[in-house]
Design a binder for this molecule. Structure first.
Ligand SMILES: [Fe+2]
Length: 197
């Protein structure tokens, strides 16, 4: 009895089956990749939202303790707080937009926001301890602003893959403002250190 390979009997069918399997494998891996990218984007959007919310709460707490009362400090930090509120609103709008256009899960963004806000608040309390002074409060603002810049840098790279000019413009412009926040903090820390030396 002669044995025929499937390829010899049905070459056309065989080719179609193999091609279809390969196409299906590629499609599945692309979908998995897209899903993974989407989850990373949801997480990062939640992180920047959580940091912006924690920043506003931190300024309120530090102000209430009189740790930002020095001349020039309060005005600048209050300005950064206002901008943090503006960033929060713009990212909220971006999440809404991307939920519609890219199918982002806003619930997943909210979970990441809540987790990040809690972590940032815990970090501040651990860093400042029981009896912080104003220079420690300024140092912490610098750390927090540095964290914001890093997260927006990552988000900026992630949104480059989205064909939506509004998304890339929003993240890019917030990133530029966050860099200015960090520079402001560096200048305040320098001024504070120079006056106490
Ligand atoms: Fe900021």
């Amino acid at each position: 009895m002669e044995v025929y390979l499937l390829t010899e009997i049905y070459p056309v069918v065989y080719n179609k089956v193999i091609k279809s399997c390969i196409a299906s494998l590629i499609s599945n891996s692309v979908q998995t990749l897209q899903m993974a990218n989407k989850q990373k984007l949801e997480q990062k959007l939640g992180e920047v939202l959580g940091l912006e919310m924690a920043a506003q709460k931190a300024v309120e707490e530090l102000s209430a303790k009189g740790l930002l009362d020095e001349a020039g400090v309060k005005t600048q930090v209050e300005g950064m707080k206002q901008e943090a509120n503006n960033h929060q609103k713009r990212i909220d709008e971006l999440v809404e937009l991307l939920s519609k256009s890219e199918g982002l899960d806003s619930q997943s963004v909210q979970e990441s926001t809540k987790e990040t806000q809690q972590k940032a608040s815990q970090m501040m309390h651990i860093y400042l301890g029981e009896d912080p002074d104003s220079s420690e409060a300024l140092d912490f603002r610098g750390l927090a602003e540095g964290g914001e810049v890093i997260h927006y840098e990552a988000l900026n790279e992630m949104t480059k893959g989205i064909k939506n000019a509004q998304a890339t413009d929003t993240v890019q412009s917030i990133l530029e403002e966050e860099k200015k926040h960090l520079m402001n903090c560096i200048q305040l820390v320098r001024k504070n250190a120079a006056s106490s030396s």
